[in-house]
Design a protein around this ligand. Structure first.
Ligand SMILES: NC(=O)c1ccc[n+]([C@@H]2O[C@H](COP(=O)([O-])OP(=O)(O)OC[C@H]3O[C@@H](n4cnc5c(N)ncnc54)[C@H](OP(=O)(O)O)[C@@H]3O)[C@@H](O)[C@H]2O)c1
Length: 321
């Protein structure tokens, strides 16, 4: 199986139809265990690249910088030009430093050089603002980000801000600077808050859409059961916030519809949930997360599924925004 490529929004760059997310690289869970160490990270990146994947998503704060470091070390044995690298900036990376987060010119200028250094490259293809910074004038950060593009440190700008910030992204794109060309919202069959405003804004401004948590953090794989404890070792077993937001009756109703379609097409619920996003007109390339090579292999099978119009609509109608 070989991943297809798609155009990255309205840019001239092509990326794999599924991006690979590295949020859990080097990250300690609530019990202080590293979820994905460097050896496992390199196995996952190898498996993704072997399937033809080229679109790798990270952020300056993932694993306290270890995600970017693991990717940079892995890339040292590869041709960097074969990959489209996306990173993000905003969240505090130095909690006791008042200038250690946000989108101020000071923080952005310091962080871009750290990101490039950890990744071992002289440019990133895509730099997202991880969240909106209401304390810094948009004029200040858009101008600074525009400078990064002019200097060749960044090819494209992206935003991973959430609702209700759609209008702020539109406002920034009306300025006379390099615009945001890609949006990275949370979007999956149970998180539909982007549908009324955010996705229409993306379409109106020509932004590509690269959804995060396409499997609702693993909920849509079907490994959680109504009224039962999360399976050992799963995200739900170590993350109460995940349980509170995802393990709800309303979401289990959606999962039942996903499982019904999965039976019909002979695939897993994870593959069907990803296939729904792959078929979605508004979506460019969902970011798959996986903790093991087996999970990744199962998720990549989404590209082999064809949903009928009726199945697509049933899944879409299982929950509304
Ligand atoms: N912009 C943002 O603010 C933002 C926020 C979040 C994520 N992201 C990006 O989006 C990427 C994906 O997010 P995500 O990790 O939440 O995605 P996800 O695909 O919704 O969830 C991934 C998790 O689900 C479980 N899983 C995945 N495939 C599975 C399978 N086949 N069978 C069983 N369990 C499976 C694994 O967790 P367990 O095995 O531990 O249960 C895995 O870590 C991140 O890596 C990051 O790059 C961005």
């Amino acid at each position: 199986m070989e991943l297809d490529t798609v155009r990255l929004g309205e840019t001239g760059t092509y990326v794999s139809e599924l991006a690979f997310g590295t949020w859990r690289f080097g990250r300690e869970n609530d019990e202080g265990e590293v979820e994905i160490d460097e050896e496992r990270a390199h196995e996952l990146l190898d498996a993704y690249a072997d399937a033809g994947g080229n679109f790798v998503d990270t952020a300056d704060m993932y694993g306290g910088g270890d995600s970017e470091r693991f990717i940079g070390n892995w890339l040292a044995d590869r041709d960097r030009e074969d990959f489209v690298l996306a990173s993000k900036v905003y969240w505090p990376t130095r909690p006791d430093d008042p200038n250690g987060g946000g989108l101020s010119r000071k923080h952005l200028r310091r962080q871009i050089d750290r990101i490039l250094d950890r990744l071992g490259t002289d440019y990133v293809d895509l730099l997202y603002v991880h969240r909106w910074d209401d304390d810094t004038p948009a004029e200040e950060f858009m101008r600074t980000l525009d400078g990064f593009v002019r200097e060749g440190k960044v090819n494209y700008l992206g935003t991973s801000t959430l609702e209700p910030n759609a209008w702020k992204v539109a406002m920034a794109n009306e300025m006379d600077y390099e615009p945001f060309r890609i949006a990275q919202p949370r979007y999956n069959l149970v998180n539909r808050e982007t549908e009324p405003n955010y996705l229409p804004m993306c379409e109106a401004y020509g932004l590509g859409v690269v959804p995060w948590s396409p499997l609702a953090g693993g909920f849509l794989t079907g490994k959680y059961s109504r009224g039962e404890e999360p399976p050992a070792g799963s995200r739900g077993a170590t993350d109460q916030q995940f349980c509170d937001s995802y393990l709800t009756d309303e979401n289990f109703d959606v999962l039942e519809e996903v499982e019904a379609v999965a039976d019909e097409v002979g695939a897993s619920p994870a593959a069907v949930s990803l296939a729904w996003l792959l078929d979605h007109d508004a979506v460019t390339a969902p970011i798959v997360g996986a903790r093991t090579v087996d999970q990744l292999a199962e998720n990549l099978r989404a590209t082999e599924i064809t949903l009928s119009d009726e199945q697509f609509a049933r899944l879409a109608d299982a929950k509304s925004a």
